[in-house]
Design a protein around this ligand. Sequence first.
Ligand code: CA
Ligand code: CA
Ligand code: CA
Ligand code: CA
Length: 661
Amino acid sequence: MASMLRLLLLPSVLLLGSPPASEGSHRAEPMFTAVTNSVLPPDYESNPTQLNYGVAVTDVDHDGDFEIVVAGYNGPNLVLKYDRARRRLVNIAVDERGSPYYALRDRQGNAIGVTACDIDGDGREEIYFLNTNNAFSGVATYTDKLFKFRNHRWEDILSDEVNVRRGVASRFAGRSVACVDRTGSGRYSIYIANYANGNVGPDALIEMDPEASDLTRGILALNDVAAEAGVNKYTGGRGVSVGPILSDSASDIFCDNENGPNFLFRNRGDGTFVDVAASVGVDDPHQHGRGVALADFNRDGKVDIVYGNWNGPHRLFLQMSNHGKGRFRDIATPKFSMPSPVRTVIAADFDNDQELEVFFNNIASRGSSINRLFRVIRREHADPLIEELNPGDALEPEGRGTGGVVTDFDGDGVLDLILSHGESMAQPLSVFRGNQGFKNNWLRVVPRTRFGAFARGAKVVLFTRRSGAHLRVIDGGSGYLCEMEPVAHFGLGQDEASSLEVTWPDGRVVSRGVAKSERNSVLEIPYPSEEDELPQPVTLECGQGFAQQENGRCRGELPAGPGDRESLALQGRQGPGLPKPRPGRRITWIEGRPGYQISHVTYGRKVGTAWGLDNKTSGCTHMYTLTRTYTHTHPTQCPPPHTYTSSPPLQSPSFQAVALA
Ligand SMILES: [Ca+2]
Ligand SMILES: [Ca+2]
Ligand SMILES: [Ca+2]
Ligand SMILES: [Ca+2]
């Protein structure tokens, strides 16, 4: 039946793409093949035909492999584990009270949003389900659930006496939930995009109160810190995504909302936030946001935002720099932006060709609505090229799409796609395998927190021999109601990785080379220990366009071109008696390494926004983040960060270090 449908529908898609003849065969080749019937056949236990919503990927049974957690709305939540021997996804949250996963089923809850992260620092991710029982907005009749593994099973800690007493469990109807390490502690808070009814149900931010918790007994006292963090706003909450969007390392939060402007909460660096959506141009006040994803589409080291608006124009916001101030510009083409009943949006490299795809999962609520797939191709000196692809079986014209995730559950290095359906019709989950790019190189990077959990919100930059620097953010919540696998998945085409750099939300950085023997593998990157703090920089091959800096890290080595170049006088030179930068003062001084001076700063291409310089006198590494305000930080035993404001503002500078004669 499904294949029949496919045959009937495929021609219309080909027309829809109407590619030039020269590229036709390439683009028309279907990206995905449905493998539901072999991997997850519809049945009562593992793939019930029910209303499902959000999907998250985490390691539920703590064996090192990911499971797929599905929010069941009118049925149980599911925990799908890949059985390698049988090549099947199997629900381990079985309907047996003795099962350690039994509570996760929570049949009573009308779950829609789900996310996972380590909130107590025991190295294992907790799982949060947002329930919306009997409410579209305002107050619901059943609380959310926050499950922790303790006493050899998963238990809801929101119903612990201490948290009932504190009244912390959200009873508000909400939508997405996401994880944010707002202070860089390695312990995560849960951001809850509620759907307010007037002044009932502001967005919430729930985290552990360490003072009142008893970690040895697994008793976590929880607080809603939304007010102190500055995010307790009232809106029609929809999509949420977390990562260092404007900040260099700290986690910012983007929310695309309904019936009101979006929020872009910039982390002030201390775990409190300020909404800058309007000033950077992503408030989109007249549209109704749904799925969202973060990615760097033009490989300039700045995080871009892609999201869908409900039956409104979909956005692909590239982050620009405008006189040192973050600014976003929508580069969506008419085809890409074409309004649709969109739910989840996923940005990933499905064919490992180095270029990111964007997948729009639409819900066929009033008549057919195909899912759509685009490739965003990076170009030198121009905006990325956006071309429409054929999603193949993932077209699902009659699919009531409500959620979706990517993860490589079978470990072949090609991302798999899982789609959930529901709302207006009970439908089973669908599972898709990629058809393309099996000969391409890839690398998967899994950074860990200091506690050993997945480092959601961390930034991973992969330097390559030929295609520059590729950036990924470890997902803490995206799509719509969903959370992707906690992996930086890089497709490399025929290129090879040379080195990588991980930046944690607290600003810690690890740079390391990537050996030839590590090609096509999964690299675990632990949080650096104190001894690793100031390692002897190893010699890295940074790849084309990049050079290793004195501090061992790869940075863009060439200015973008004469047109972008602007000399900025840096008249000072290291030595006693030179003036220190002062707040409000233009940079006229910068520390350099003995034997070197910074001759000038040029506006140019950059990978990160920080450049490091060693000061041999103080033994401190000074990081200069040259944006409108620039931060001067000392990672070890040095004075705390100071912030200066430059005037006129700087943007995207690159240093040229010149040896003194
Ligand atoms: Ca597992
Ligand atoms: Ca935990
Ligand atoms: Ca691709
Ligand atoms: Ca796979």
